[in-house]
Ligand binder design. Sequence first.
Ligand code: CTP
Ligand code: CA
Ligand code: CA
Length: 502
Amino acid sequence: MEDDHITSHFTRRDLSLLAQSSPKSALRVITLIDYDCFYAQCESVRLGISSDVPLGVQQWEAIIALNYPARANGLARGISVEEARVKCPNLILQHVPTWREGCASWAYRPVSTIMPGTDKAALGPYRLESRKGLELIKSTLPHSPPQKIEKASVDEMYLDLSAQVHSILLQRYPALLDVESSSKDEMLPLPRTSVLNWHADAVFGADAEDDHFDWDDIALNIGSEIVDNIRREIFKHMRYTCSAGIARNKMLAKLASGYNKPNHQTVILRRGTREFLSTHKFTKIRGLGGLLGTQISEKFNTKMVSELLAIPLSQMKEEMGLEVGAWVFNVIRGEEQSEVNPRMHVQSMLSAKTFVPKIVSIDQAAKWLRIFVADLLGRLDELGSENHRISPTIITLNHHIEGRFGPTRSKQTSVPSSTLITEKMLFNLALGLLTQIVAEEKSWPCRSISLRIAGFQSAPKSNTLISSYFMTNDQFTSLGLSKTSKEDSRKQQTVESLPRVY
Ligand code: CTP
Ligand code: CA
Ligand code: CA
C-alpha cells in the first residue's frame, strides 16, 4: 500500500498519556463550551419568546446581555436602555430579578417598581440554569473514565475529553491494540482514514492537500463528535444554543469557541493552528488580554500574532524575562499545557449593597442583612450536592460608612459547626456583628454594608451528628473545596452578587 512506509508522528507513549488525560499528551482533546448570549437566552426561553425576536437583559439602566437579533440591530453590551430603545424600537427588555428590602426572596418585578434604593440584583436564576446545564452535560458523558469538567464562568466550561476519546479510539481502531507489545517509543502506524465527517462548522487545517490524517486529527474528530452531541442535548432539553471550540489545549479551545458564534463549533487541528492564530490579535489570547498584552504590544509595536511570530525566543526572553518570554513564545504558536481543573475554587462568598440614599439605623440595616443571608444560603445550596451540604465556618460583616472605597470596619466570628446552618442563625450572627460595630463608634448614615461567609466545609446531608462527619482535608480537596486559612483568605476569589462572577 502506498502509505505503508509512512508512520504516524505519535508513539505508544502518546497514546497512554492520552488515556491518562495528561496535559503533556500531544493527542489531547480539550473543549470550551460557551452559551450564546447566556442571560438573554435564559430570559427568552423562560418567557417563551421566539429566539429571532430582539431581546436584552436589563440591570438598572444598563443592558447586560443582548441576543443575536438585537446585536444585528447594532446594539452592544453596556448600551443604555434609552439608547437601545431608539436604535431598536421592537427590542424586548427584561430586568434581572431583584431582592427587595423587606421581602424574603428574589422575584421578577415590574420594571417601574425597581429602584436601586430598595432592590438588589439577583442572578440566582442564571446560576441555576448554568448548574442544570452542567448536570445535563455530566449525564451525557460516560462515568468512566472519570469526567474532567471545569466550570470557568457562569456560562462556560472546559472539558478534557482525552480519556474518553482514547477509549473510543481503541474501539474504532482495534489495530492500535496490536501495538501493545511494541516499545513505548515506537511510532504508531498511520490511521488509514482519508475522509472524516467533522461534526463542526469550521475546521482549521482539514483541507491540507497531500496530507494524511494522523492520530491527533482523529482524536480531535472524535472530540468534535462528542461536543456536537453535547450541544444537541443541551438544545433538546433546555432550548439553549451554545458555541464550542475543540483543540489540543484550553487556550486554543477558548479562542476557537468564539470564532463562529452563535451556535457553531470550530476545530483547530495542529496544522491549522498558525492560520487560525494569525487571524487574531494576540490580546484575544487567554492570559494576554490584560497588562501583559499591553506591555507586549508596546515593546514590539504590534497587536498581531503573525508579527510576533517573527520574534526569536532569545529576544522574547530578553525583553519579557525568561519564564514569561518562553510562555509567550509558545502560546502564540498554540502551545500551552494548563490543566482542566474540576475544582470549584470557591473560597468565600460576598453579598453586598450600596445604599442610595444612605441608611441611618440598625433596623434599616437588619432588613438588608436578611436579604444577604437568603442570597448567600441560596448560593451555598448550589455549591452542595445531593449528598453533601456546604457550610461556612466564618462570617464577616463589613461596614463602609462612605462606600466600599472609604474607611471600612469589619467584625468576624466563627459559625458553630455543630448546629444546622439556618437563615435565622446566620442572621443572628450578622446582626450581632453589626451591633458590636455600631456600639464602638458613630456608624450612621452608612453608604454600604456587606456580609461574607468563608471557610467552607462539607457534611453529609442525612446525618444529624454533623460534626463527627466533617471531612478530612483530602476528602475536602477531592470535592473541589479547600479549607481557608487566614493566609489565603486575603487572596480569596470572591463570589459577589455582581454580573459575570460565578
Ligand atoms: N455578563 C455581564 N457583565 C459582563 C460580562 C458578562 O453581566 N461584563 C453576563 C452576561 O449578561 C452574559 C453572561 O455573563 O449573558 C456570559 O457572558 P459572555 O459569555 O461574555 O457573553 P454572552 O452574553 O453569553 O454572549 P456571547 O454569545 O458573546 O457569549
Ligand atoms: Ca457566552
Ligand atoms: Ca462566556
